[in-house]
Write a protein that binds this ligand. Sequence first.
Ligand SMILES: Cc1ncc(C[n+]2csc(CCOP(=O)(O)OP(=O)(O)O)c2C)c(N)n1
Length: 556
Amino acid sequence: MTAADTYLLLRAFCDELARCGLEHACTSPGSRCAPLVLSLARQERIRCWSHIDERCAGFFALGAAKASGRPVAVTCTSGTAAANLAPAVIEAHWAGVPLIVLTADRPPELRDIGAGQAIDQLKLYGDAVRWFFEVGNHEATPGRLRWIRTLACRAYATAAGARPGPVHLNFPLRDPLVLGEPLPDDNTARPDGHPYVIVEPPHVPAAAEGPGPHPSGRLLIVAGAGTPDAAGLASFAARAGIPVLADPPSGARAGDAAVAHYDLLLRDSAFAAEHRPQFVFRLGDLPTSKPLRAWLAQLTDAAQIAFDPRGAWHDPDGVVGMRLLSGLPQPEQVDVEPGWLESWRDADVRASAAIDAVLGDELSEPLVARRLGEWLDPGTALFVASSMPIRDAESFVGARVHGPRTLSNRGANGIDGTVSSALGLAATGAPTVLLIGDVALAHDIGGLLAADRLGLPLTIVLLNNDGGGIFHFLPVAGETDAFEEHVATPHGLDFERAAALYRWAYELPGSAEELRSAVERSIGSRAATIIEVRTNRERNLALHRRVADAVASAIR
Ligand SMILES: Cc1ncc(C[n+]2csc(CCOP(=O)(O)OP(=O)(O)O)c2C)c(N)n1
């Protein structure tokens, strides 16, 4: 076995990934991974994004895969480098994002005998991958070249399959790790650029494709991230007169049936009791809203029907009684109680006016989320961090037919890798705005490096309340002996200096109008900019309470 064998096989493997449709790969440096990295970088149909930190590389690949809906490859060297991909692999598993993880490893004779940078990488990510395969070492015979082409097609198809997610291929690589002579041609590829194995893509039915049940009365739709054909769903609901409670990542918070402020409406127990549905159609992931989740959990007398072609089985409260693989009924097949949609919509309009009255024009965390939802155009992507940003987007962003495409990492709800994920999204071409808290930004501060190194624009709107503001909403805030230091974790970081270190532009707007100008300037100039909005955790809690009270009064 020679270096030529290794490189011939890897060249065929990468050629085949490109033939399947792979457009992006993330690399990270190392010696053992050099054959993988060089083979990917030399495949001209694959855009390779170089990263220093594997954790950033993994989340960047995740963001690019999430944005494009297609597999993205990520490669790294042996040892703890591979372990650093674990958070992104786990998020990809829970969020159903297609990743192809290619780890370099020591060959078997160098494992578990004290050789350097060798850990046990077999099944390193456990059940968080759809498929693990130990590739082994092979001579580049025509038979093995055909085999490795098949392997690439299988990896791609498995990642992109009916249940998309990560796959892990572990490549033991033997010295020598660089080529001594040019590679000969390989004529095992299919003619006309076709993949070696053509795999029929999974059929994901549209939401309003029928047949499904034909219910009548008080019908409701709840939609979260991963809702297929969200625009079709919104127009189906409007024609059928079914209220839609859709979070921004669902893409279905649009049209005449959208009820944007359900999170605030359902905090009011009288409203929640009066608006109990008889049928609930659930699509995609469950939205984050606690009041919505708690309300759905006690609707045990309603028929709850999940449209679940991917078999996600999202139902923490055990209230779903039917799972559909095909779509919802046609509008003419349902018979909705008169006045039902109007009652929801009327409350939503009142809630919206109450929110505006309380928030006014002063910069605050809810106002920033609300305004970004209004300002950004449909060609823009809005990446929303975990913690309060995703919750504020859900509570405060209004319904809009052509709003920004909204994405977030809610598979495992981590605050890690958020900057890197947003940059991965930006790498697929869309102007991207990231709404993020200071702790999440501090957690992935190294992710900032990719913008300048890779020439990528990103607009970060940073809500800096010097700590985890979310914890003030939770009972743990009462544990005053240790809360501030160990839970809220203020850090006092000066993000202007972080911007300077990583060569980002920096702005500190003092008003909503200045914020809007800063955002538009950053997007327009395709710059990487941190736009900081300073807030206060206690005042933020009080403001949220005032809004909830005002909405409750407005709908009574
Ligand atoms: C990787 C990871 N570690 C810890 C947590 C727990 N956690 C949830 S929210 C949060 C604080 C986030 O603070 P910040 O980003 O400033 O947002 P804010 O709460 O102020 O909106 C933490 C530590 C998590 N979700 N993920």
